[in-house]
Ligand binder design. Structure first.
Ligand SMILES: NC(=O)c1ccc[n+]([C@@H]2O[C@H](COP(=O)([O-])OP(=O)(O)OC[C@H]3O[C@@H](n4cnc5c(N)ncnc54)[C@H](O)[C@@H]3O)[C@@H](O)[C@H]2O)c1
Length: 449
């Protein structure tokens, strides 16, 4: 069986590489010529732990290839995974133009062939309920017959950036949405190597599968917004959200994951997927009140750090030098899409601050967005020279146990605004730092006096 992956971004590259690692022949397609050139040379175009080694091995052993030619993949592949962008359109709905265009192109190619054979087209992109039907209709419009020439399957992806390879190799579950037994059997055989420890492959109808992805991401986003609300209230009532978080998380009905307060959620998935679910609800005339709250809490949360900084420095940050640690939307990735750190950076710039920023992986991506409006440091310590305060936006491991002597030597004032709760307030007070963190007692000038 030959597989193709159309769209070789975060999801497509991991998907293609992991399938190839289990022995499948895989052709990855992308319209970005530069990306394809880099991938052909055996270099990963994204930072993901373990990815480049797997990629190089499969390229070397001729199981994995990269092309800009969709017809090449359409010709050779039996199963084609669409891992294309589905960005939010102006109204918040997922923009399906990439997916539907590729469906049209595949349909045109196959319908022009003299002899036809059966193919499975798999939506791996996150797509709204009803998209499998739309893709099927596009292929049928080219004269292809569903069930004979092709089937369309929904197969949402649940990998987490930062641990994407590990997640793909050992998924907690695989969701397959199809009403075709033939397609279901093929999907089972493709995923069997990944669920040898007994995790389930759930086969359901297309619409339930599409809904599962949006419901999962919106629920996780809701957990983040919920604990952020609790944290904000903790600050007001004098409670410590760290204690509360553990206190509630040990209840197995609640669970301790995704209960970390901070700057809110970001990344290429949660914000757009929650918006898309809201849009779907609107289309079906349903008032899904929780999703509105999840989004507005998240917007407000991203403004906490700039507000603290402005208040601390008398309302304006004009002429203030701040060191920003962390730009990626979370640790272990170079992805800055919808990163809360970027909202913080924008607001701090608007307030007049001069920013020197550092991130272990996301500097290049950030430079493309902000250009010369920021100074870019080569290490976390280089951000500090003469800075009035540190602003922590991403929970990179290396920020957790810094060299405090080095910080003391370089930082002008002992002030830290921590959007990721990396340090203990009591320890910071002992060291004489003003320390503002989320949902925990602030160590203010007055506390230190
Ligand atoms: N990033 C994640 O963590 C994640 C997790 C689960 C699901 N998803 C979903 O998977 C989908 C892809 O996300 P991503 O993060 O991989 O996006 P991405 O932007 O990183 O990658 C998409 C790739 O598709 C390519 N592309 C665009 N048009 C094309 C075309 N016509 N033919 C071939 N290639 C084309 C782009 O050049 C790009 O390389 C989205 O629907 C997203 O919501 C993402």
């Amino acid at each position: 069986m030959h597989l193709a992956v159309i769209g070789t971004g975060y999801v497509g590259l991991v998907t293609g590489t992991c399938f190839a690692d289990t022995g499948f022949r895989v052709t990855c397609v992308d319209i970005d010529e530069n990306k394809v050139r880099i991938l052909r040379s055996g270099k990963a175009t994204i930072f993901e732990a373990g990815l480049e080694d797997l990629l190089q091995r499969s390229v070397r052993e001729h199981r994995l290839s990269f092309t800009t030619s969709l017809p090449d993949a359409a010709e050779i592949a039996d199963v084609l995974f669409l891992a294309l962008p589905t960005p939010p359109g102006a109204d918040g709905a997922a923009d399906l133009s990439f997916v539907l265009q590729v469906a049209d192109d595949l349909g045109a190619y196959w319908s022009a062939q003299k002899s036809r054979r059966y193919r499975v087209v798999v939506n791996k992109s996150t797509v709204p309920v009803g998209t499998a039907d739309k893709v099927r209709a596009r292929l049928e419009a080219q004269g292809l017959v569903a069930g004979e020439d092709f089937d369309v399957v929904s197969n949402p992806e649940f990998l987490r950036e930062g641990v994407a390879v590990a997640d793909f190799m050992k998924p907690e579950r695989v969701v397959v949405g199809t009403s075709s037994e033939r397609a279901a059997a093929i999907m089972r055989s493709i995923y069997e190597p990944f669920v040898r420890q007994g995790n389930p492959i759930l086969v359901m109808d297309e619409r339930s599968s599409e809904m599962t992805k949006y419901a999962a991401n919106s629920f996780l986003a809701m957990k983040v917004s919920f604990i952020n609300e609790v944290a904000n209230l903790c600050e007001k009532v004098g409670a410590n959200v760290d204690e509360v978080r553990v206190g509630i998380g040990l209840d197995s009905r609640i669970g301790n994951k995704f209960l970390y307060p901070g700057l809110g959620f970001g990344g290429s998935c949660f914000p757009k997927d929650v918006q898309a679910l809201r849009r779907t609800a609107e289309e079906y005339d349903y008032d899904f009140q929780l999703v509105d709250a999840v989004l507005s809490v998240n917007d407000r949360q991203q403004q906490k750090l700039p507000r603290w900084a402005a208040e601390r420095f008398g309302g304006s940050l004009e002429g203030r030098k701040l060191a920003v640690w962390g730009l990626a939307f979370k640790a272990k990735t170079d992805d800055i899409r919808e990163s809360p750190a970027l909202s913080v950076v924008r607001s701090l710039l608007d307030l007049g601050a001069e920013l020197t920023v550092f991130d272990p992986e996301a500097i290049d991506n950030t430079r493309r967005v902000f250009g010369d409006s920021l100074r870019y440091a080569g290490s976390m310590y280089e951000t500090l020279d003469g800075a009035d305060a540190i602003v922590i936006c991403t929970e990179w491991h290396e920020f957790r146990r810094p060299d405090w002597d080095e910080i003391d030597r370089r930082l002008a004032h002992r002030i830290i605004f921590d959007g990721r709760n990396l340090y203990k307030p009591s320890r910071m007070a002992e060291m004489g730092y003003e320390y503002y963190s989320v949902g925990r007692p602030h160590v203010t000038e007055d506390v230190l006096a």
